[in-house]
Design a protein around this ligand. Structure first.
Ligand code: SF4
Length: 365
């Protein structure tokens, strides 16, 4: 194994540049130079797999071909197009960034790293991706793929998810960056991490870096990259009362500091854990509704699950058909919408999953 750091850096960079030439992955945004399109694809791909993100990217580009088009769009219209991707803050930030591009840069995407980084929802990774792919600026991207490859090849044992580790990996990524061609380099190291030096079962046997890879030589592949243990994930239990009345259903817009701001939902009751349905209905004083309609029975309710960053949501849905308007204790800011109108509102992923799986819209008719 090479001991000299400069030589090792050089070998690493040269090997991956050669590897990229033969192994380039095809994606709709590959080779794209339009910063707006790169930005859009990067925002969509944050916390989303490539396969899932592709159709969203294509729909967005078709509907909003420029930042100016996006800045003019109605918030709910954009939310609807985003539906299913989750993490709606990304979508809200995207709209604010589009407006900033129009107001501060006359609709022209900024071409300076610091200005790109100052756009809402754009972190260092996204700013480096846009700066290098669109403008050829020498900024290294650092994501989980990049950190993994660096940790294994160079034998970095600092955790990737603490502040010191982040700094170490960012500095090393910048050091090994091919400054003459940052776009190809950034693509190369990310592609390599995604297809060869994968989290589980990396393809070490065919890896061109194997001979000089610290983790491979020291049999530490499964132990790198190191991570500090994550904070505890909170479990939350949501019971939604899906009240339908003459082909209408009750919804409201979420507000406040909690998750899913500005998305719509049915009347919600949150508990520390799910109670028995009969106790639950009694507690919420909606027990009488069970007798109003023959289908108002809940023999077995499916529990839906949606993991978020620091919490996991468990939700169950009680669909109650009623012959009267909504009872006072769950009225608050709820309003009724007809089935036809329901598609105009954006819902959290877990509610959409319920609606799709139960053929909800058809059942209401
Ligand atoms: Fe990754 Fe294995 Fe190659 Fe090392 S030898 S860089 S662990 S794929």
């Amino acid at each position: 194994m090479i001991k000299d750091q400069a030589k090792k850096n050089h070998l690493f960079t040269r090997t991956l540049m050669l590897w990229e030439k033969k192994n380039t992955r095809t994606m709709p945004w590959k080779g794209e130079k339009d910063p707006y399109k790169i930005w859009l694809s990067e925002i969509i791909l944050q916390q989303t797999r490539v396969e899932q993100g592709k159709p969203y990217y294509e729909r967005f580009i078709q509907k909003y071909p420029t930042a100016t088009d996006l800045a003019k769009a109605e918030e709910q219209e954009v939310f609807r197009l985003w539906q299913g991707l989750g993490y709606y803050n990304r979508c809200k930030n995207m709209l604010s960034a589009a407006k900033k591009i129009v107001h501060e840069y006359q609709g022209k995407f900024p071409g300076v790293y610091e200005q790109i980084l100052a756009l809402p929802g754009v972190g260092e990774y996204t700013a480096a991706a846009i700066a290098s792919f669109a403008f050829g600026l020498p900024y290294a991207v650092v994501d989980g793929n990049v950190q993994r490859v660096l940790a294994r090849f160079f034998g970095i044992q600092e955790a990737v998810n603490n502040s010191l580790g982040k700094k170490i990996f960012a500095a090393l990524a910048q050091e090994v960056l091919e400054k003459k061609n940052p776009a190809v380099w950034n693509q190369a190291i990310m592609d390599f991490g995604a297809t060869v030096c994968t989290p589980q079962k990396p393809d070490c046997m065919i890896c061109p870096l194997q001979k000089d890879c610290f983790a491979f030589q020291q049999k530490m592949v499964s132990r790198l990259p190191a991570k500090t243990i994550r904070t505890k994930v909170t479990k939350r239990y949501f019971t939604y009362i899906v009240m339908s009345w003459r082909h209408q259903v009750y919804i409201h817009k979420r507000s406040g500091q909690d998750i899913w701001q500005n998305l719509y939902e049915f009347p919600l009751f949150e508990e520390n854990e799910f109670s028995e349905i009969s106790d639950f209905l009694q507690k919420k004083s909606v027990h009488h509704l069970l007798h109003e309609h023959p289908t108002n029975r809940f023999p077995s309710l499916r529990i839906y699950k949606q993991p978020l960053t620091h919490q996991t949501i468990y939700a169950r849905f009680l669909h109650i058909k009623t012959t009267k308007t909504l009872s006072k204790n769950i009225q608050n800011d709820f309003f009724s919408v007809s089935i036809g109108e329901l598609e105009r509102y954006a819902f959290p992923k877990i509610i959409l999953e319920y609606m799709i799986e139960t053929n909800f819209l058809k059942n209401l008719k």
